[in-house]
Design a protein around this ligand. Structure first.
Ligand SMILES: *Cc1c(COP(=O)(O)O)cnc(C)c1O
Length: 429
């Protein structure tokens, strides 16, 4: 079969391929990428390259086609791409678990390797519910979170995503009913801390865990909040016998200016999920870490095992690349790079605040957000994306948000270009 032309690919794509959060057949034509290198996507239609302002949904922190990650994948490929993880183990998975335990907040000792972020959140929920069941408290099976969150698209994660305006409000009434606090204010407010304490106390008998995204709520609305709330949650959970889960799938591996956002508050959760940047954006893998208290609790129960075991658990190829990505990150002054990007985004996005229809501009670490006074419909979304493409940048706005989280290897000129594209998208969207 001859290689299809770009129009042929697009026609087949439209007819057969479901895209994220999309209808079938698709309403909007995607761009076809031929290859990617560094921070640039090369387009198949011959139109040239786009600077990637999205890091492929927070994941490609070192950029594309990185020689070190390529070599790790190639080297592992010659040994084995995969073997089952039941009854077998291997060096890449063991080394990855050790790296994660060493780099994560003190007290997280055990690692469950999952195949995507959503699955790692499922595992976190299962761990917490099973912990209480093992301790003879089966009524503790609900989760508490604050509004405005996003934790993935499978069932338990959906139940703790923002119930309104999010991607899953269709399922209200079908999903497990969780306990929702108000969205966390940006700055610390004692009255909000009191609201969290009160809600956790009131529902303690039925709560297995509190689960939140620390410091940055990602796909639920790209909002930032005071890290002091994490301490409030830790103290309230301890006081009332509730486990604390941090979903660091978006925030992990340096994105917010700390290796993990939990470090902003020096808090250790009982369970922590990581994903997205774990493999530097190469392969799908996530992990759920927990403390010895959680693991011991589960192991004392009537069913003393964690009944979860994905087919591709611990995939050696993904684990080898994850190890290389983590070593690459820790082997450089990653904080200086994130701070450099933060400064570039602050400077480049400063003028966005004056644009008509812009209600807020916020930057934290290597994350820049421009919030509009309106949600973008299909036509406005296309206009915004096209405006960014004309600036030579790939952006994927959603709802009322034009945002970027560039790869950490983005040069200053590329960060400036991304910021110009965000402004252009905000103007024309
Ligand atoms: C992306 C994301 C998830 C889901 O991860 P997938 O790999 O897409 O399943 C969960 N939680 C947070 C905070 C995320 O950003």
């Amino acid at each position: 079969m001859p290689e299809p032309t770009v129009p042929e690919l697009l026609e087949l794509d439209r007819r057969h391929v479901w895209h994220p959060y999309g209808p079938m057949p698709g309403r909007q034509e995607p761009l076809v990428v031929e290859s990617a290198s560094g921070v640039r996507l090369r387009m198949a239609d011959g139109s040239g390259e786009l600077v990637d302002g999205m890091s492929s949904w927070w994941s490609a922190i070192h950029g594309y086609n990185h020689p070190v990650l390529n070599e790790a994948a190639r080297e592992q490929l010659t040994r084995m791409s995969h073997v089952m993880f039941g009854g077998l183990t291997h060096e890449p998975a063991v080394r990855l678990a050790k790296l994660l335990v060493d780099m994560s907040p003190d007290g997280l000792e055990h690692v469950f390797l999952a195949d995507s972020g959503s699955v790692s959140v499922e595992v976190a929920a299962k761990m917490c519910l099973q912990y209480w069941r093992s301790l003879g408290r089966p009524a503790k099976q609900r989760l508490l979170t604050w509004r405005g969150g996003y934790h993935g698209d499978t069932w338990q994660p959906m139940s703790v995503c923002d119930p309104e305006g999010g991607m899953h409000d269709l399922w209200t009434g079908v999903l497990p009913r969780q306990v929702f606090a108000d969205p966390p204010p940006t700055e610390y407010e004692e009255s909000y801390a009191e609201h969290l304490r009160e809600l956790i106390g009131r529902h303690a008998d039925e709560l297995a865990a509190v689960i939140v995204e620390p410091v940055v709520q990602g796909a639920g609305g790209m909002r930032f909040h005071s890290s002091a709330y994490l301490r409030v949650l830790r103290e309230a959970c301890d006081a009332h016998g509730v486990l604390l889960v941090f979903d660091e799938i978006a925030t992990g591996f340096g994105r917010t200016g700390a290796l993990f956002a939990a470090e902003h508050a020096a808090v250790t959760p009982d369970v922590m999920c990581v994903g997205k940047a774990l493999t530097g954006g190469y392969l799908t893998m996530a992990a759920t870490l927990c403390t010895s208290r959680v693991a011991d609790g589960i192991s004392r129960g009537e069913v003393p095992v964690l009944a979860h075991g994905p087919t591709f658990m611990g995939n050696p190829l993904a684990a080898a690349v994850a190890c290389a990505s983590i070593e690459l990150l820790l082997g450089q002054d990653w904080l200086a790079e994130v701070n450099r990007i933060e400064a570039g985004l602050r400077e480049g996005l400063a003028t966005a605040a004056d644009l008509p229809g812009v209600t807020d501009v916020r930057v934290l670490g290597a994350i820049g957000v421009v919030q509009l006074d309106r949600a973008l419909d299909d036509a406005a979304m296309k206009a915004a994306t096209d405006a960014a493409v004309r600036e030579g940048v790939w952006l994927r706005p959603f709802r009322d948000l034009i945002y970027t989280m560039p790869p950490y290897v983005s040069a200053d000129a590329d960060v400036a270009r991304i910021a110009r594209a965000v402004c252009a998208a905000a103007r024309e969207g």
